[in-house]
Design a protein around this ligand. Structure first.
Ligand code: SF4
Length: 321
């Protein structure tokens, strides 16, 4: 039986579990399975990884304190109107699927919010169990945009093919309510990332973009964050692809940069002006404020509608000022 769960710091403030300042409120309540030890996998960027020495309360740059599940559910019941979604993230350990199903069932009984489960590759049977428990979406994070990079960053625990296979299983059970995470800045080129987004979009999988974030106590702690201008071009390419306004094959790359997005100038200008491409991407209702950056910036994923100041920064980054 699950007695404890980790709660993302911002979520905990909105639930009234602790006090704190919120520059932007999270629209998704983020929970993480609680496990005494480390994850059995060993992804090189992750503070939860088997060989990491990082603070186990962390996921990306966010602190996730341990809480009593009963208390979290009671607060969720009282405060569910503050959120649009609940996301249950998993570390990998024996019987984690039992815990995930129990957590989905408990959250289901506490509120009517749609539930995303973000987990490792599962069998078709286990994915069906999550569906029966009441999960609305499943996410299986690829993180790396190419098989070679995947092997280097997540290899040993996972394989690219098994991840794609599990995403196909998830599609068979959840239809178009399947997501994955791609992390920009692990060593891929812009064309690699754009091709990866196209491949996943063509398979009906929602791509959530993340910016690599160095965490102390992980093998990538001194690896730099991605160039913001490059991240903007990737965000723009992702938006055009997932809205079927362009395709990777129609884009042109020069010196490793996206030089042409494969759309008419007016379409590009309108798209940039909407600001939407630069907002946090992923499951509906997930804004993950400052998951990859400090509120002081530079901001990678904008967690709310862009201000005129934000647009000035974006135009400078894209060179469209
Ligand atoms: S996109 Fe957001 S809600 Fe969806 S699985 Fe990822 S972190 Fe969770």
């Amino acid at each position: 039986m699950v007695e404890h769960v980790r709660v993302a710091f911002g979520t905990g403030i909105l639930l009234g579990l602790w006090r704190g300042q919120l520059a932007v409120a999270p629209t998704t309540a983020h929970l993480l399975t609680y496990y005494e030890g480390r994850c059995s996998a060993n992804c090189k960027f992750c503070p939860q990884a088997r060989e990491a020495t990082a603070d186990l309360r962390m996921l990306s740059r966010v602190i996730w304190p341990r809480c009593e599940l009963k208390k979290v559910l009671a607060r969720l019941k009282e405060n569910s109107n503050k959120f649009e979604r609940v996301c249950i993230q998993a570390v990998n350990y024996l019987n984690v699927v039992d815990d995930l199903c129990e957590l989905v069932t408990c959250v289901r009984s506490a509120c009517a919010l749609p539930i995303s489960v973000s987990c490792q590759p599962l069998t078709r049977q286990d994915i069906e169990r999550l569906d029966e428990a009441g999960a609305e979406r499943v996410s299986i994070a690829l993180d790396a945009a190419t098989p070679e990079l995947f092997e280097r960053i997540k290899g040993g625990s996972y394989t690219w093919q098994a991840h794609l296979g599990a995403l196909e299983h998830a599609r068979a059970v959840f239809g178009d309510r399947v997501s994955t995470h791609l992390m920009v800045g692990l060593g891929e080129g812009e064309q690699d990332m754009v091709d990866g987004i196209q491949l996943l979009h063509d398979r009906g999988i929602t791509v959530a973009l993340f910016a690599f974030t160095p965490i102390a106590g992980t093998p990538l702690s001194s690896h730099p964050q991605p160039d913001v201008a490059s991240y903007r071009r990737i965000q723009l390419a992702r938006f055009l692809i997932v809205n079927n306004l362009s395709r990777a094959e129609r884009m042109r790359f020069e010196s490793g940069w996206v030089a042409d997005f494969g759309v008419e100038r007016d379409v590009l200008d309108r798209t940039v002006k909407s600001g939407e491409p630069f907002r946090t991407s992923g499951c509906p209702g997930c804004n993950r404020p400052f998951y990859n950056e400090s509120p002081r910036g530079p901001i990678y994923n904008y967690p709310k509608r862009l201000s005129s100041q934000d647009f000035v920064a974006i135009h400078n980054q894209l060179g469209t000022a």
